[in-house]
Design a protein around this ligand. Structure first.
Ligand code: FAD
Length: 408
């Protein structure tokens, strides 16, 4: 197990500086254009693929880094550049993690490379769990997967919503109900290969922020996938369902808590995205406050402005520390006895919303226009308190973990 450290090592600093260069030179200058276009920034993703930032190898290296600081560092730098474009770059990773966590070695080897495509023909992938009636309440999921034993195929029907890259993805990873009696333990994940008949894009959402990231419904109408597309395989699923049925008979609480633990481990990454956006807005505000003069002196010379900047920076640093701690715990298998993953996501996402709002205030009228980036950053920041579990759900998980109450 790696010791917890609050400093990046030399190799990580090099990677961070390289990512920062890409974020500053490629992502940031493209941000306003793709925000206005509300389209996936394919040329930027392609550029990221060319330099090695959009690749399975790169993320796997960071994901398995024992210090736990690899993924937070990547997220913070890319999202510092721009949240919408960065989500377009890392969105495929959400689907890839779904396969890495549940897939067999063969499934990982077959599908993850197809999710990324190659430098000359980049692809994106989508992870589809949320539904119109199952957002925070994942157990209400209705999309159904039924096994057709004669053909060794799964037949999937339902409507997914809010899927990042939904419909424009080659590979879709779809979570569906295989045993409705078992709540979230009766779910399984499936690969829906590119161009599978019956899988199509529904409504594409016009959003408040992260507009360079594509978000849409995914319709699954009698989608047939081979048995080999069930992540983890049928034998493992049957064993898992049998265990879940047994536990459900004994009360079920352990079952539900185990499901929540998976989310705990992925939440610090979202916290790190929020830290990136918050830091970006803070830096713009600090620079502006030092150079903008009113009443014959820089506005930072007023305590009312300077103290805001002091609070902004303090909150950003505190958020980063919570994110790094939770990420280190996740990589090293430390139990989240106080829901530290949720804590990091809650604090960092609320910080991003608050800091970006303060940045607008510090820039005054300019902050309110699209001539300056903080207006976009504030719109972008609003997503962090919503996806991967809303702030209310994070508080619920933390409170129930602390009090020993079951997480429903
Ligand atoms: C831009 C974007 C991208 C997304 N990307 C993906 C993706 O790639 N894949 C995917 O599967 N999903 C994705 N999501 C979905 C996202 O995870 C959900 O929107 C989120 O989980 C909230 O669900 P909901 O929108 O249905 O809100 P609801 O669950 O309906 O919540 C509405 C409000 O009620 C509150 N609330 C609900 N239950 C409780 C409770 N028990 N106690 C207190 N308050 C409560 C919530 O906190 C919230 O404020 C994305 C969403 C967006 C907006």
């Amino acid at each position: 197990m790696a010791e917890f450290t609050m400093e990046l090592n030399e190799e990580q600093k090099e990677v961070r500086d390289w990512l920062h260069g890409f974020a500053a030179e490629v992502i940031r200058p493209a941000a306003a254009e793709w925000d206005e276009r509300e389209e996936t920034p394919w040329p930027v993703i392609q550029e990221a693929a060319k330099v090695g930032i959009y690749s399975l190898d790169f993320y796997a290296q960071q994901y398995f880094d024992a210090t736990g600081l690899g993924i937070p560092m990547v997220m913070e730098e890319l999202f510092w550049g721009d949240a919408g474009i960065a989500l377009s770059i890392v969105g495929t990773g959400l689907a890839a993690v779904g396969v890495l966590a549940n897939g067999t070695e063969e499934q990982i080897g077959t599908w993850i490379p197809q999710m990324y495509g190659d430098v000359n023909d980049v692809k994106v992938a989508a992870f589809c769990s949320s539904e119109p009636d199952a957002g925070s309440d994942v157990a209400s999921m209705r999309t159904r997967a039924v096994y057709d034993e004669a053909k060794d195929e799964w037949v999937i029907n339902g409507t997914k919503t809010w899927a990042t890259n939904g419909g424009i993805a080659g590979v879709h990873v779809v979570v569906a109900v295989v045993d409705p009696e078992l709540g979230s333990k009766g779910h399984a994940s499936f690969i829906v290969p590119p161009n599978t008949p019956g899988c199509s894009q529904g409504q594409k959402f016009k959003k408040h922020g992260i507009r360079a990231s594509h978000t849409a419904e995914v319709i699954l109408d009698n989608v047939r996938v081979p048995g080999s597309c069930l992540l983890g395989g049928k034998e493992k699923l049957d064993e898992r369902l049998a265990r879940a049925r047994e536990r459900a008979k004994q009360g079920g609480e352990r079952v539900k808590n185990a499901a929540m633990a998976t989310f705990e481990a992925s939440r610090p990454a979202v916290g790190a995205m929020a830290v990136g956006t918050a830091r970006a807005a803070y830096e713009v505000a600090l620079e502006y406050a030092r150079t903008r003069e009113q009443f014959g002196r820089p506005i930072v010379d007023n305590q009312g402005v300077a103290f805001q900047l002091a609070d902004m920076r303090t909150q950003i640093d505190a958020a980063r520390l919570l994110v790094w701690r939770a990420s280190w715990m996740a990589v090293n298998g430390k139990p989240f006895t106080a829901a530290e993953g949720s804590m990091s996501k809650l604090y960092a996402s609320e910080t991003a919303k608050q800091v970006t709002a303060q940045a607008i205030q510090i820039l005054g009228g300019n902050g309110y226009t699209r001539e300056y980036p903080v207006e976009r950053m504030h719109r972008d920041a609003a997503i962090y308190t919503i996806f991967e579990g809303t702030s209310e759900i994070q508080r619920l998980v933390i409170a129930r973990t602390l009090s020993g109450m079951p997480i429903r």
